[in-house]
Design a binder for this molecule. Structure first.
Ligand SMILES: Cc1cc2nc3c(=O)[nH]c(=O)nc-3n(C[C@H](O)[C@H](O)[C@H](O)COP(=O)(O)O)c2cc1C
Length: 148
C-alpha cells in the first residue's frame, strides 16, 4: 500500500515526524503556505486567532494529486486547540474520500481538543494520534506505531 504524509510545520516538530514516517516507507509532501513566518509571541497570538476562526492559509505550489496512494497521513501543529491554518486549506483542497486516513497532531501540551472534535465530525473513520513536542520528546514518535 502506497502511503503519503502531507504535513505543515512551522518550527520543525512536523519535520521530525516526517523523517520518522519516511523510515517507515512513506512518501513526504511538506506544505508551503502564506502563514506565520516565525514562532514568536506575536505570531502565536495571530496564528491562534486565525486558527480560532478556521482561517485557511493561501498554499504555495500545493500538489493535491493523491491518486497513487491508498493511505494518507495528515500532519498539523495545533494552534489554539485547532488545526493549523495551512492544514485547513489542505483539507479544503484535497479529495480524501476512500482513503485510509490518519491525523498526526503535534502540540505543546499533548492535547488537541477542538481539532479532535472537528476531525471526528468531518472524518469519522480517521484515526488520530497526538504527539507532545516530538522535537523535544523523541519518545513520542513511538506513538506512530511503525506507521501502521
Ligand atoms: C500560533 C500557535 C498556536 C499554538 N497553540 C497551541 C495550543 O492551543 N495548544 C498547544 O498545546 N500548543 C499550541 N502551540 C504549540 C504547537 O502546537 C507545538 O509547538 C507544535 O509542536 C508545533 O509544531 P511545528 O513545530 O511542526 O510547527 C501553538 C503554537 C503556535 C505557533
Amino acid at each position: 500500500m502506497a502511503k503519503l504524509f502531507i504535513y505543515y510545520s512551522l518550527s520543525q516538530n512536523g519535520d521530525i515526524v516526517a523523517e520518522k514516517l519516511k523510515e517507515f516507507g512513506f512518501d513526504i509532501r511538506k506544505v508551503n503556505a502564506k502563514s506565520l513566518k516565525k514562532n514568536n509571541f506575536w505570531n502565536i497570538f495571530k496564528g491562534g486567532f486565525l486558527a480560532g476562526i478556521n482561517h485557511k492559509s493561501k498554499l504555495i505550489d500545493y500538489n493535491n494529486d493523491i491518486k497513487d496512494y491508498d493511505e494518507i497521513y495528515i500532519g498539523s501543529p495545533i494552534w489554539n486547540s485547532k488545526l493549523s491554518c495551512p492544514i485547513n486549506s489542505v483539507l479544503a483542497n484535497t479529495d480524501l474520500n476512500n482513503k485510509k486516513l490518519k491525523f498526526v497532531l503535534y502540540s505543546g501540551s499533548g492535547e488537541a481538543k477542538k481539532a479532535v472534535k472537528k476531525i471526528n465530525k468531518n472524518y469519522p473513520s480517521a484515526e488520530i494520534v497526538i504527539l507532545k513536542e516530538p522535537k523535544k520528546y523523541r519518545e513520542e514518535l513511538e506513538k506512530l506505531n511503525g506507521g501502521n
